[in-house]
Design a protein around this ligand. Structure first.
Ligand SMILES: NC(=O)c1ccc[n+]([C@@H]2O[C@H](COP(=O)([O-])OP(=O)(O)OC[C@H]3O[C@@H](n4cnc5c(N)ncnc54)[C@H](OP(=O)(O)O)[C@@H]3O)[C@@H](O)[C@H]2O)c1
Length: 320
């Protein structure tokens, strides 16, 4: 049965469904099946990125649903992202055109700068761009993003993994305001100061890794059990007859966040979407709020890129 999901009304008039399907690290038939399963149960918001190398598969399924009349393009909210290897004003148009071609659509609803630092591709075999480019000019990149809205290729543009100072810089120069900030948010890393800044600028925040990315081993299991196995979360789930994932998603939604849990398992895709028939009372919200470990709870740090911390635009060298 299909469900109408609450959405955030963006200042550009678009409705941004508060739950979407995350798709990182999912490809091929697994992804095709996941996107179909998500559409079947009512997801209309899909989050991808050029960096994930999976836009083609998502585009295949969405196109099929559109051409067979099961969904209209207008009902969908598609987000993709400018990869770090395209973080140059001169590359933005080319990167977005490549994404549109793979997604098989004329426009995306949201085009995000994936990360504030830039990288360089080393030849044709390099698809990720792990070598850093230290000459990033974020303001110039953002201006090129604005041109994509003018050209009708993106309905809205936004930022991902930007810190408070970088957001303030963009707010000073922008002609078209960012409609979204996508950053890591989950119960261990609640981003309270950054969310407060975004409230001042009236920029909705989308939480990535909303389940605490259980596939990533935090390495210190006693101090940091996997979030979906934390006793506060599991006991709450038992008491409310919900699953730990539903508790974690509901917590973020009640904080006013947009969430994009990833799953390639149709049962879990459905489970993650069934968060509309209950509300966490203030005492449970307080218990989940208390799990926050601020900066210590961050999982994604981009450390796989050697030298990242000395990049002038590395976002995590300041508290938020
Ligand atoms: N902007 C960025 O830099 C950035 C960075 C990271 C992520 N993202 C976006 O955010 C999305 C979500 O983040 P994420 O994938 O890193 O982490 P996540 O959504 O917190 O966790 C995904 C993991 O949780 C498992 N899972 C999903 N539903 C579950 C459930 N109900 N019960 C138990 N386990 C469950 C999934 O496994 P199964 O697939 O086996 O179910 C998968 O391993 C990404 O897919 C991507 O779209 C953006």
């Amino acid at each position: 049965m299909s469900v109408t999901v609450p959405s955030v009304k963006l200042y550009n008039g678009k409705s941004f469904p508060v739950i979407g399907l995350g798709t990182a690290q999912c490809k091929g038939d697994d992804l095709r099946k996941a996107v179909s399963a998500a559409l079947e149960c009512g997801y209309r918001h899909f989050d991808t990125a050029a960096f994930y190398q999976n836009e083609d598969e998502i585009g295949d399924v969405l196109r099929h649903w559109i051409t067979t009349g099961r969904v209209s393009r207008d009902e969908l909210f598609i987000t993709t992202k400018l990869p770090p290897y395209g973080n140059r004003a001169s590359d933005v148009e080319k990167c977005l055109s490549q994404s549109l071609k793979k997604l098989k659509v004329d426009y995306v609803d949201l085009y995000l700068i994936h990360a504030p630092f830039s990288a360089i591709l080393e030849g044709e075999d390099d698809v990720k761009g792990r070598i850093l480019d230290f000459s990033t000019d974020l303001e110039a990149v953002y201006k090129a993003m604005e041109q994509q809205v003018d050209a009708g290729k993106a309905r809205g543009i936004g930022l991902s993994n930007f810190n408070s100072k970088q957001i303030e810089r963009i707010m000073k120069v922008c002609r078209i305001k960012p409609v979204n900030l996508q950053v890591e948010v989950h119960a261990y890393h609640q981003q309270k100061p950054l969310r407060s800044l975004c409230r001042q600028f009236d920029i909705p925040v989308c939480a990535y890794c909303p389940l605490g990315a259980p596939y990533l081993n935090r390495g210190d299991c006693e101090k940091y059990p996997r979030l979906i196995e934390h006793p506060v979360v599991t006991s709450m789930a038992l008491r409310l007859n919900k699953t730990p994932a539903q508790i974690l998603l509901r917590h973020l939604i009640q904080l006013g966040l947009i969430v994009i849990p990833k799953s390639s398992n149709p049962e879990r895709i459905k489970e993650n979407f069934q968060v509309w028939d209950f509300k966490l009372p203030p005492s449970d919200m307080a218990d989940l709020d208390a799990l926050d470990r601020a900066g210590d709870g961050r999982i994604i740090t981009f450390q796989l890129r050697p030298g990242i911390q000395v990049h002038p635009e590395y976002p995590f060298n300041i508290p938020f």
